[in-house]
Every structure is written in C-alpha cells, then in structure tokens.
Design a protein around this ligand. Structure first.
Ligand code: DC
Length: 232
C-alpha cells in the first residue's frame, strides 16, 4: 500500500493555495482542507451574533456554540464549509467576513479551537491543508511543505475576479486594501504568524501557469511519498 503523507500549503492571501490544493487532492486522491474557511466560518458566527471582536473572553465563550464540519458537495466535487449544520460556503467569501477574519484569527481561543480540529482531521494523513500556519504549527512534521507566493499586482487581479463574480459592486481598490491589510495582520500577529517554515519549498507562481505549478508540486509530492513516513 502507498505511503500517505501530509502536504501543507501556506502563503499570502490569494496566491492560489486552495486552487493548487484542490488539484493536488484530485490527482493524489487525498482530502483537501481549506483551513481559512474555518476562520471565516467562526468570523461569520461572531458577526451574526454581535460578539465584540476585541474581547477575548466573549469570543472564547461564543466558540463553545460553534460546530464546524466539511461536507462533500457532489455537484462541485469539493468540500463545503458547514457552520452548525448550515452550508455557509458562499457567505464566508463575502467582503464583510474578509474584512474581519484576520482580526478574529489573532485570538488565542480561536486558533486553539481551529488547530485542534485541523490536527484531528489530519490524523490518518492523506491530506492537503492550506492556510497560514499549517507547516509551522498545525503539522510541523509534515512530509511536504509548500510556501506559495506571487507578486501583489497578480494577487489583487486574481482576487478581484473572484470577488467580482460574487458582487459586481466591489472595486479593485477595496480588494487591494483588504488583501494588503490581511497580509499585514497575518504576518505580524503574536500567535503563529504567517511565515515560511524552514523546510518549506517556495513556489512563486507569478509567472507559472496552473499546469506548470501543479507539475512542480506533484513531482515533489511523489518524491516524498516514496520516502519513509515521518512522525506527526
Ligand atoms: O485563506 P483565506 O484567505 O480564506 O483565510 C482567511 C483568513 O484566515 C486569513 O486572512 C488569516 C486566517 N487564517 C489563519 O490565520 N490561519 C490559517 N491557517 C488560515 C487562515
């Protein structure tokens, strides 16, 4: 039987982490988990329930009422994020959530809650998880760690296309501001800031096609799958 490994993909906002993770999962027959979706779903819950986003004690109490799960969508073939049994996959991508999620993700109780679930999901390996702290904190012993990046202009254009499809009223400036703000908060927070793990492979996809990037990642994955299993 083939070795199952853990693949982590970290990087700045809108580098195409989830796109690559989904393609890799399909090719390797692995499970893909978008850890950002969990932070977004938590943010949606807190906003809906008027929880003060600066008060750690209130957030910590509110989290006790949150149940998160990923459910396979037979139509898209990917997993949708469920918050307390409600499919919130499209709602968590809206600007209101994008504007607050990085602040919410700085809180210790939020990170402890999300990281514990992420580790549980990865227990049997055969998983590709993307986010900001997956290779540094969640699965520090993962067999393959990728750190994705691309220049800001390219990332803003990609994000704008995604956001415009959801809401044609969105402006390029608004998207650029949100992306830069999130990168700043994610990279400078106290707990598990976004950074490249020492043993991560950098994948700058500014000038790569999706096929080229997939080929590079698949090659690395096949090399690691042939290696003996690492402890996690
Ligand atoms: O990947 P994304 O843009 O959907 O993530 C949304 C936010 O969630 C991101 O700005 C920071 C936070 N996040 C995090 O702190 N740690 C992760 N592993 C994933 C996301």
């Amino acid at each position: 039987m083939q070795n199952k490994i853990i693949i982590t993909i970290d990087g700045y906002s809108s580098c195409g982490k989830s796109t690559l993770a989904k393609q890799l999962a399909r090719r390797l027959d692995y499970v893909h988990i978008d850890s950002g979706a969990m932070y977004r779903a938590i943010t949606l819950y807190l906003l809906r329930n008027d929880i003060h986003l600066d008060i750690e004690a209130d957030i910590s109490k509110a989290i006790e009422n949150i149940n998160l799960s990923f459910v396979k969508n037979d139509f898209t073939g990917t997993s949708d994020m469920y918050l307390n049994d409600e499919n919130v996959e499209s709602m968590i991508r809206e600007m209101l959530v994008s504007e607050r999620v990085s602040d919410v993700a700085t809180h210790k109780s939020v990170r402890d809650f999300a990281v514990a679930q992420q580790r549980k999901i990865g227990i049997n390996k055969g998983i590709i998880m993307d986010g900001r702290d997956i290779g540094t904190t969640v699965f520090a012993h993962a067999e393959l760690k990728l750190f994705m990046t691309a220049d800001v202009k390219t990332r803003v254009e990609r994000r704008f296309k995604e956001m415009f499809a959801i809401n044609p009223m969105v402006s390029l400036e608004e998207v650029k501001h949100n992306l830069e703000m999130r990168d700043y908060i994610d990279s400078n927070r106290e707990i598990s800031p976004l950074r490249k793990a020492d043993d991560a492979v950098v994948l700058d996809n500014t000038l790569l096609t999706m096929d080229e990037q997939l080929d590079i990642a698949l090659q690395l994955a096949y090399e690691r799958i042939a290696l003996p299993m690492a402890k996690n």
